[in-house]
Design a binder for this molecule. Sequence first.
Ligand code: GDP
Length: 425
Amino acid sequence: MIRAIVGANWGDEGKGKITDICAADSDVVVRFQGGSNAGHTIINEHGKFSLHQLPSGIFHPETLNIIANGVALNIDYLLKEIAYVENAGIKFNLMVSNRAGVLAPYHVLLDELEEERLGDRKFGSTKSGIAPFYSDKYAKVGFQVWELFEEEYLKDKVTGICDKLNIILEHLYKREKLDPEKLYETLRGYGEKIAPYTGDTSEVLNKAIKEGKTILMEGQLGALRDIDHGIYPYVTSSSTLAGYASVGAGIPPYEIKDVIAITKAYSSSVGEGPFVTELFDEEAEELRKRGGDAGEYGATTGRPRRVGFFDAVATRYGCKVQGATELVITCLDVLGYLDEIPVCIGYDIDGEITKDFPVTSNVYKAKPVYTKLPGWKQDIRGIKEYDKLPPQVHDYIKFIEKETNTKIKMVSNGPRRDEIIYINE
Ligand code: GDP
């Protein structure tokens, strides 16, 4: 049985925590897209971890963790993360696809230089090299892991890549040229270090499916950052959708039975682009402060998150493109301070109200149409059962369920693993 956990919004919805919970009863956890540009924060009995490359199943020693073909593999970063969790005394089981794409140091450099060149027109990149990596991948000038093991072939390819890259570095960015010999050594070094983990992960996954194993696909970022369906160009360069899990991991699409979309009880976004329910000044500061770790800064960049009220238009769209079979609401505890909670149920675009998420130019124009729900005015952390939640929380959950057309089976009322409430109705 395969489940996918994916974001219904802009990312940072709290997927890491839900993945960590679901990983406990999964035999395999798979990362299928993205790279070190997004982070999951997991708080458990071992401590607090911010993971960018390792799958969230690493805290469960029996679980096989797979970094699959569709990932932008930053080997430096991965090795640092491996050392970090090993130092915390964690034993884990990791396999990296020999067809995963390798993010080279010059991808990070190009990302930085391009954002700098764009100035005010910048994308708000995390500068992790993701856009240059995926550009190269689709232009067929990237490296897959197996290429790191082929010395002569690799040397030749590196020389060819440097020929073109050095023209760009020298003439467009006015920077120093890359030394092909050095780059070759770096990539060879990556190969040596990653070799013990590598193999044909698609083969392993298809075998696991046949054996009836429980498999979890771990998405990064959210639906609105998807390259094809998100708020283009304020998107990431890979697909963040559950459907892509079958491509990125090399498994049959019909095997993904459950698509668990995650949303926060309010909106938060890191990076540039239109954000319809965005709050500013004191209102934003208050929500950010109440959100604690969840509200303040992005796990990868430390950039302050932009925050706003729940956007049902964006979330319904997110659930639709994800093909969500269920929705999880996180950070419900954060809203306990509000007398009334505004929820955006429509967009007013030039006087016309729509409930459908529009193309980017109209997201810019959209003004939120709010309805207000009564607040619960209490701290709901510590509550373990759905029936014990205040009636206003029930109403809020039911309202979101109706607006998003997606069944809510779980709500999260605190950052810790055990702060989760199952809804068995
Ligand atoms: P991800 O990328 O979707 O995994 O999200 P992040 O881990 O970047 O951001 C989610 C943040 O919210 C983390 O700091 C979590 O510890 C925190 N978090 C998750 N669920 C809850 C919750 O129910 N309540 C609160 N207050 N924080 C939460």
